[in-house]
Ligand binder design. Structure first.
Ligand SMILES: Nc1ncnc2c1ncn2[C@@H]1O[C@H](COP(=O)(O)OP(=O)(O)OP(=O)(O)O)[C@@H](O)[C@H]1O
Ligand SMILES: [Mg+2]
Length: 282
């Protein structure tokens, strides 16, 4: 099964969800490949691989489809990371590929085509995409059997999902592939009084820490907004998971290993385990 993590808004938890679900699928003994299709290369560094090294990367795989570039397939770039998860790494150069892709007729189907070479070797392929509506997201959506849409609690996240569903309809119209987006993950979710963590909430929390101010954020109002948000998401997706704010998330990423190995007892880890179990049982 090929799962793409998408939302064109930045920082909604695409990379975090991708890596931690991969972590639990790997713990279950499944053969897992993460494909980092984001020029920011956060999935690459989050698995402990340096995106600035001169190793072969997704840059070379995409460039193989453009003109005279030497043939490089996914099998040539896949590397085993310290957690045991296999990775097709990104590199910061990937950003330079997009202009070439616009010259190609089947530019949205490159990743899907590249995966056919290695697909049989994996039980699960998880694709991380950038916060944009460009060719990498499109390639991720076209390659996917299933799309997981991630949301942070910021006010623009729902609007972003509407735009994403339009793109998915376009994929169906122009490429003929039906894109299934049944699963939503709400990340960094925290409705506990006194700890709002929406974009506005972070500022309020900092003020609270440094100046002892509670600011004008009314937690009841904020909680009400989040509940309304959750209900909206639940109307659009068959399954919705809520991952609480957890400081272990960032610490695990800095160590280059998933929560399954870094802090399996934490609350965020248990939600990611649940999502992986659901995927595993499909
Ligand atoms: N449950 C969580 N608790 C605490 N921090 C989290 C949680 N989930 C994600 N984060 C942090 O929030 C930030 C954004 O998450 P992440 O990088 O996964 O988002 P993204 O959608 O991949 O971002 P981008 O759009 O830039 O690719 C990261 O610093 C990550 O460590
Ligand atoms: Mg990311």
């Amino acid at each position: 099964m090929i799962i793409t993590f998408a939302h064109h808004k930045g920082g909604t938890g695409k990379t975090t969800s991708c890596l931690n679900i991969a972590g639990y699928l790997h713990e279950c003994g499944r053969r897992v490949l993460v494909i980092d299709c984001d020029p920011q290369a956060n999935a690459t560094s989050g698995l402990g691989v340096d995106p600035c090294s001169d190793r072969l990367s997704m840059y070379d795989v995409f460039m193989s489809y453009a003109g005279d570039y030497p043939a490089v397939g996914l099998a040539d770039i896949i590397t085993e990371t310290k957690s045991g998860i296999l990775l097709a790494p990104s590199s910061l150069d990937l950003v330079g590929v997009e202009p070439y892709l616009y010259t190609l007729n089947h530019r949205a189907e490159i990743l899907k085509d590249a995966i056919t070479e290695v697909g049989d070797e994996y039980d699960h392929i998880l694709i991380d995409t950038p916060p944009s509506m460009g060719q990498f997201v499109l390639n991720g959506l076209v390659a996917a059997d299933q799309v997981v849409v991630t949301f942070d609690s910021g006010v623009f996240a729902l609007k972003g999902a509407e735009a994403l569903s339009t793109i998915m309809e376009d994929v169906e119209t122009y490429v003929g592939d039906k894109v299934v987006a049944d699963v939503a993950v709400l990340t960094r979710w925290d409705k506990t009084p006194g700890t709002p963590v929406s974009a506005e909430g972070f500022g309020a929390r900092l003020k609270q820490l440094f100046f002892g101010k509670t600011d004008s954020v009314n937690n009841d109002e904020e909680n009400e907004r989040l509940t309304a948000f959750e209900n909206d998401v639940k109307r659009s997706f068959k399954t919705v998971y809520t991952v609480p704010f957890d400081t272990n998330v960032q610490k695990a990423q800095e160590k280059g290993i998933p929560l399954a190995q870094f802090a399996p007892q934490c609350e965020a880890a248990s939600v990611y385990r649940e999502i992986a179990d659901m995927i595993n049982s499909q």
